[in-house]
Design a protein around this ligand. Structure first.
Ligand code: NAD
Length: 266
């Protein structure tokens, strides 16, 4: 059965690959992005998110089966908080009432392997515990102002917060209770415009390999993440709830090792 899916970040990279593959398979895919797609919207503002959701539903003809949230920034700036965290959570919350009317609603979004990296605890708390955008943006700006590498904690903090949000929200009545699996993917390094500069030279790649080791098949192409996002939002996914699936060539297994259940047992 063809499905109707909304894909954010559809103008580039993983979002563009996801939209294209969905369409090749006979589905209807409505792109949302700040540039060159069906619905042009700025997910960094509250109004932009609400407008984006309303226009996406209109473009979809009133019914949506799945939402795949890919739009994101990797810049070490305060705006990254607004796009990566609130640009996903508020956009998705706005679409829940429409999704709940589908016979097989699904949601997937993109976290990152960076969710496992060092982060700023105050920033993470302002996002996924306090849900306070103003406070989160102010804390991110503080990190930028302090400098000395502190601004590099912003991206990982947004991804830690999004994975925690997914885990906390997914079992609730509005998600699991409404039959909506809510999950995330956590990619390692994917060859997209976001990472082009980071992996441009052998020296840069060698440095990155220390931080993000990928023994299985090395860097990803955007399509390889898209296939997982599409499966997570397909009718075949009936019971995954609140997971971040690390599609990372082995980074998580290398870096966290085999004893990640220790916390739960103590
Ligand atoms: P990309 O830069 O190719 O695509 C990101 C898209 O988001 C762009 O089309 C951009 O226009 C859109 N976007 C940015 N700000 C926006 C805004 N304010 N409103 C609406 N749209 C906006 O990057 P990508 O690599 O495809 O990244 C997609 C997602 O995957 C991001 O959330 C990123 O953090 C995540 N991710 C990427 C990698 C990687 O290695 N590329 C790894 C892990 C996670």
């Amino acid at each position: 059965m063809p499905r109707t899916c909304v894909v954010t970040g559809a103008a580039s990279g993983i979002g563009a690959a996801t939209k294209r593959i969905l369409e090749e398979r006979g589905n209807k895919a409505i792109g949302v992005d700040i540039q060159s797609t069906n619905v042009i919207a700025d997910l960094s503002t509250k109004q932009g998110r609400l407008d984006a959701a309303a226009k996406a539903v209109e473009a979809a003809g009133g019914s949506v089966d799945a939402v795949i949230a890919c739009a994101g920034l990797a810049h070490p700036i305060a705006k990254t908080v607004s796009v990566n965290y609130f640009g996903m959570t508020e956009f998705l919350n706005a679409l829940v009432p429409v999704l709940a009317k589908s016979s097989s609603p699904r949601v997937a979004l993109i976290s990152s392997m960076a969710s496992l990296m060092p982060n700023d605890a105050d920033l993470v708390t302002a996002m996924c515990v306090e849900d306070d955008e103003e406070k989160a943006v102010a804390r991110a700006q503080q990190l930028v102002d302090i400098g000395e590498g502190m601004e590099q904690l912003i991206y990982g903090s947004t991804k830690r917060a999004i994975s925690r949000w997914v885990r906390r929200e997914s079992p609730k009545p509005q998600w699991a209770g409404a039959g909506i699996p809510l999950n995330a993917v956590g990619p390692g390094i994917v060859r997209t415009p976001m990472t082009a500069e980071m992996i441009a030279t052998a020296e840069a790649r060698a440095g990155l390999d220390q931080v993000v080791p990928m023994p299985l098949n090395y860097y990803l192409e955007p399509e390889q993440v898209a296939y997982l996002l599409i499966w997570l939002t397909s009718e075949e996914n009936t019971h995954l709830c609140g997971q971040t699936i690390y599609i990372d060539g082995g980074s998580d297994a290398v870096l966290r090792g085999d004893n990640i259940w220790e916390l739960a047992e103590s």
